[in-house]
Design a protein around this ligand. Structure first.
Ligand code: NDP
Length: 532
């Protein structure tokens, strides 16, 4: 059912919000346009996808999925458990070891990825609206995510068969070459802040390299993955190559990380969960890539283009309601422009239209779930008690028409000391910490004084200073005069406790391969080692 069809259904549905047994849809309150869709599009909402078919979960327990804009239950999904995880592992194992998948030519795998991109493109609006319904992010953000999903599948379709091995000089008569092979069964565990985009960042390179996969979305936001798996059923993908298990981290994901039948775990999420996953993966020393949290410094020098720097300072923390691993949550501002910057930021933050993400004019949606809502409010109180000053926000926000939503005012703490907890720990919400600095040396010292190292940015009109800073910041990505530009073509990942390994680009593809050296003897005759 495409978007047009959904609109027709909505037309018949009449005005306002209308509940159905498990889903609901609504007419946009501001401009009267229908913009929410029904999640009951998903026929298999309470099933898992294992070995090429939709199956019942082992237990009949269900997990309620909540729309964070109004706390309504929008779906009840299967609560997969260890038994389900083991079924998925067995299917993926068999598909890798015995199935036709590994005989597929790179061009055939590429065609599958191109087909997935085409299907997402065709259903982009529907998937975007579903993502907004489930995660709370604005429609603009969800549409941007879907564009990212499409580009990721296209990029890795194009990459299939392109990365090549090497040969190297060896003493005659030896000839040596290096080839890359798929690792095997990959468990892909993803978070709730970019549900389908994070799935794409893992599925696309894993499949391009010839692996089989088990995707475990966050229990908080499983709907776009469920719908995605339904939509791609029209493609002829061998059974067991792509499996979907829904359930809590403890019940459904941990068994994947502990299993000796799984060869690789790729995870995006919190640092503490990442550490646990690394420990649990020791059973068979599986390959682990972790994309974890951050406390990224966004550094504004006095000589920066002020308008641009302020614009990105606000975008860098409040886009996606601050629930971004690379959010510019620590804004370091050179003292000579500090007061002016704080004043300017407050004037911008006041204008942010917070509300239900499904309303086209909303600029910042709710926080994604109750746990995160409580966590962000707790941190705001911690900041207060640490002596940081709230220059704007700092409270839950009552949004007219969405009174029950998990809304929090965009919050700006000023005069923050870098060793305060609010400047050291990942809040993962719409909370900015502004910290003054005296000079370049102090900016570097503050930027690096954190356990994290995912990203950072520098705003200056001095290109030599920009590059000096970029070299000194300990982070996997440094933006110069921009923020949050994520290139599918480039490596993404962190230094220090922001993770291990790199996603995206050729680096992301290589992370799903084993390296094999093949040494060939060009002069085949005995060595006579034991005859001399
Ligand atoms: P988690 O890191 O715990 O969750 C991410 C994924 O891991 C989910 O699919 C989750 O499942 C799963 N998971 C949870 N426990 C385990 C486990 N023992 N073994 C394997 N997988 C597991 O995120 P939270 O929702 O708990 O958020 C906590 C904090 O993490 C946030 O406040 C934020 O600071 C950070 N975070 C960072 C993200 C990033 O992009 N770097 C993304 C999300 C969170 P399930 O949700 O079903 O329990």
């Amino acid at each position: 059912m495409g978007f047009q069809r959904i609109a027709e259904v909505c037309e018949k549905g009449g005005d306002g919000v209308r509940d159905s047994p498990v889903f609901f849809f609504a007419k946009n309150r501001r401009d009267g346009e229908f913009s929410l869709i029904t999640a009951d599009l998903i026929k298999q909402v309470d099933k898992l996808f294992i070995n090429g078919e939709w199956v019942e979960a082992a237990s009949d327990k269900k997990i309620e999925v909540i729309n964070p804009a109004n706390r309504k239950v929008i779906a009840k999904v299967a609560a997969g458990n260890q038994e389900d995880a083991e079924r998925a592992i067995a299917a993926a194992r068999k598909a890798f070891d015995e199935g036709p998948w590994k005989e597929y030519h790179p061009s055939e795998r590429a065609q599958i990825l191109f087909d997935i991109a085409r299907i997402v493109q065709h259903n982009k609006e529907e998937l975007a609206q579903l993502e907004t319904l489930d995660n709370g992010k604005t429609l603009r953000e969800s549409r941007g995510d879907m564009d990212g999903v499409i580009r990721t599948f296209r990029y890795y379709a194009g990459l299939c068969g392109k990365p090549y091995g090497e040969t190297f000089e060896a003493d005659y008569p030896l000839s040596a070459k290096v080839v890359r092979e798929p690792i095997g069964v990959c468990a892909l565990i993803i978070p709730w802040n970019y549900p389908l985009l994070m799935a794409a960042w893992k599925l696309a390179p894993a499949l391009a390299a010839g692996n089989t996969c088990i995707l475990k979305p966050s229990e908080v936001t499983p709907l776009s993955a469920l719908r995605f798996f339904e939509l791609i059923q029209e493609i002829d993908i061998p059974a067991g190559v792509m499996n979907l298990v829904i359930g809590t981290g403890m019940d459904a994901a941990q068994p994947l990380t502990e299993s000796k039948q799984v060869d690789k775990v790729a995870f995006t999420g919190g640092t503490e969960t990442g550490k646990k996953i690394m420990m649990n993966s020791l059973s068979n020393l599986k390959k682990v890539s972790l994309e974890l949290g951050g406390k990224s410094p966004n550094i504004i020098f006095a000589d920066a283009d002020f308008e641009t720097a302020m614009d990105y300072a606000v975008f860098g923390i409040f886009n996606n309601t601050g629930q971004v691993c690379s959010a510019g949550s620590r804004l370091l501002v050179e003292k000579s422009v500090y007061d002016r910057a704080v004043e300017d930021i407050i004037s911008r933050v006041k204008q942010i239209r917070v509300g239900d993400g499904s309303i086209e004019t909303t600029q910042m949606g709710p926080v994604t779930g109750e746990k995160q809502y409580e966590k962000v409010l707790d941190y705001i109180n911690i900041g207060r008690s640490e002596g940081a000053r709230i220059a704007f926000g700092g409270n839950p926000l009552l949004v007219e028409g969405s009174e029950d939503g998990y809304f929090i005012e965009p919050t700006v703490f000023v005069d923050v000391l870098n060793d305060m907890r609010i400047a050291q720990e990942e809040i993962f919400g719409p909370v900015l910490c502004v910290i003054p600095f005296e000079n370049e040396r102090e900016a570097v010292q503050l930027a690096n004084a954190t356990p994290y190292g995912l990203a950072g940015a520098v705003f200056t009109s001095d290109s030599a200073k920009a590059e000096r800073m970029a070299r000194k910041i300990k982070a996997g990505t440094v933006w110069l005069n921009t923020y949050e530009e994520n290139l599918i073509e480039g490596p993404w990942g962190g230094y220090k406790q922001s993770g291990t390994g790199r996603e995206l680009g050729v680096y992301g593809y290589e992370a799903y391969t084993e390296i094999k050296q093949i040494i060939n003897n060009l002069d085949v005759q005995p060595t006579n080692w034991f005859n001399s």
